[in-house]
Ligand binder design. Structure first.
Ligand SMILES: Nc1ncnc2c1ncn2[C@@H]1O[C@H](COP(=O)(O)OP(=O)(O)OP(=O)(O)O)[C@@H](O)[C@H]1O
Length: 225
């Protein structure tokens, strides 16, 4: 699904990821951990082609993505749903319209797909908030709206950056339950988190792998913490 081999990345002020070799299998549920500043967000941005490695090999969905042109990267990104650390919405649009935005951007909006939007809003428990402004949502509700938006194009891969960082434990579990459900439907999931309790709780539901970032490398910790 995603593989790196001896990949390097820096923002121009010294290496952040300096010898990245890891292989994420299709259908897997992966947690990414590591100290603050170890490069978790950077790694995720590489995975969803928001950044590119400067050296080494990266493949995504079996294709070489090093030096990929912007348009080709944008097409590939349609197969990836991203829940960023800070969820941004267009405040002048309703929650429903925000979730539908990827359909508009890719020219796929139709009456039937808008039914999918409503199904997704029901799935994440926000159907009652469909016509609210995103400004009226709580942190946990925003995360769930972001999840609905991330999966509206039926992505093969879902990436979440600290999705439970700003929500209470119960809301964090709820969000993880939704990600577990997606994984059971065959989606590959990659979640960056500091929350070891959350990892333990998820492991009791579904087989997971924990990847630990340390000193610019991924230490593949397998199923152990
Ligand atoms: N856009 C950027 N330009 C320059 N340096 C950056 C940029 N983004 C991140 N960095 C630096 O890269 C390093 C890794 O940052 P990153 O956000 O990937 O770490 P992280 O593990 O996700 O951290 P946290 O757990 O605190 O969110 C840090 O030293 C950070 O200061």
């Amino acid at each position: 699904m995603i593989a790196f081999d001896a990949a390097k990345f820096d923002y121009g002020q010294g290496p952040i990821l300096l010898d990245l070799s890891v292989n994420l299998e299709p259908g897997g549920f992966y947690f990414l951990t590591g100290p603050s500043g170890s490069g978790k967000t950077t790694f995720l941005r590489l995975c969803y082609l928001d950044l590119q490695v400067q050296e080494g090999i990266q493949t995504l969905f079996g294709e070489d993505v090093v030096g990929l042109e912007r348009d080709a990267a944008a097409r590939m990104r349609q197969r990836i749903g991203v829940i960023p650390q800070v969820c941004r919405f267009l405040d002048h649009l309703s929650v429903r319209e925000n979730v539908a935005l990827p359909l508009d951007v890719t020219g796929r909006r139709s009456a039937q797909r808008m039914e999918n939007v409503d199904d997704l809003l029901t799935w994440v428990g926000l159907i009652e908030r469909s016509h609210s402004s995103p400004r009226e949502l709580s942190g946990g509700e925003m995360q769930r709206a972001a999840l609905a938006r991330a999966v509206i194009l039926s992505p093969d891969l879902v990436i979440a950056d600290e999705p439970t960082g700003n929500v209470d434990r119960e809301m964090g579990r709820r969000l993880l339950d939704l990600l577990v459900e997606l994984n059971r439907m065959g989606r590959t999931i990659l979640v960056a988190t500091h929350d070891l309790d959350l990892i333990r709780a998820t492991k009791s539901e579904v087989p997971t792998r924990v990847l630990r970032l340390s000193q610019g490398r991924i230490v593949q910790a397998g199923s152990e913490l």
